[in-house]
Design a protein around this ligand. Structure first.
Ligand code: SAM
Length: 271
């Protein structure tokens, strides 16, 4: 984590400021602790990744998905390529979403960054600024960290939940999310958090599988219902976007055999 990133962080519990304890004093902090000055919780920084959650404290679908993605991260890269092959390939499938971002050299937050498969396309853009990534799976983030280190990109990574972002309000110039929200424990909370951390005037882009495909995945994976027996809503979450947002738009994406297999929801936080 860049030392300067501390200015963007806050305690996910109480949103108070955090203080850094480390021994090196370098520009980049690989090992250390962040201490909340208000509720006194502390968060580890290990191998450059700041840990705001642990698997044990997760509940519901989030716990199941953190576990699932810790396992899945071994196959994710190849799976993604194969999945997108019949839809014109991975580049096309990702660019149709990424091209909707307003990259203006500012800070981009990717919520659920996974292994970093969007990064090569993001860094192709001459207007790409700083990238920050958060994910609930430690294994996905470890893969992302290795990928980023190999390419020499500067991307700060955080282990955390989309529903409780550890960032101060209005910290980012764009917010991106691809591929996780259909199965988040609390989608409304996650969307509100993406809006909270976005600067006024910035674009928020959210994409996932279509409702039909998500229902099929849920049936196969056995997570159509939460542990409490509630049916998981897999409709496009446009109804969860507050009316105060501007330029709200939903498009079908990932077309195959005449049907869209994904959606892209985009909107702008009022300036
Ligand atoms: C299908 S992968 C997509 C990864 C990446 N966005 C991409 O486009 O390749 C979904 C990701 O969502 C993450 N995820 C699932 N639930 C999450 C939550 N509640 N908060 C943050 N990340 C979550 C998973 O760990 C996984 O890395």
């Amino acid at each position: 984590m860049k030392r300067s990133t501390l200015e963007l962080l806050c305690c996910p519990n109480c949103q108070a400021a955090l203080s850094l304890r480390d021994e090196c004093g370098d520009e980049t902090v690989d090992e250390g602790d962040l201490l909340c000055l208000h509720c006194e919780r502390s968060f580890l920084i290990r191998n450059g990744i700041t840990h705001f959650i642990s698997l044990q404290e997760l509940e519901g679908l989030n716990r199941r998905f953190a576990r699932f993605y810790n396992w899945f991260s071994h196959f994710g890269a190849i799976f993604g390529k194969m999945l997108f092959l019949p839809m014109g390939g991975e580049r096309k499938a990702r660019k149709v979403i990424l091209d909707r971002l307003d990259l203006n050299g500012g800070r981009l937050l990717e919520v659920s960054i996974g292994a970093g498969d969007n990064l090569p396309y993001l860094f192709e853009s001459p207007t790409m600024g700083e990238v920050y990534g958060l994910d609930i799976s430690a294994a996905q983030l470890a893969r992302c960290r290795n990928f980023v280190a190999k390419r020499g990109w500067s991307v700060d990574l955080f282990l955390g939940m989309a529903e409780v972002l550890p960032f101060k309000s209005e910290s980012f110039d764009s917010v991106l999310h691809i591929g996780g929200i259909n199965f988040f424990s609390e989608k409304k909370k996650a969307i509100n958090e993406m809006i909270r951390v976005a600067r006024p005037g910035s674009k928020i882009v959210i994409a996932d599988e279509s409702e039909r495909l998500a229902k099929l995945i849920a049936r196969i994976g056995g997570f159509s219902r939460s542990r409490q027996g509630r049916k998981v809503d897999m409709s496009v979450p446009v109804h969860l976007v507050p009316d105060t947002m501007e330029e709200i738009r939903v498009d079908g994406i990932w077309k195959m055999h005449g049907q869209y297999h994904g959606y892209c929801l985009e909107f702008r936080k009022p300036a």
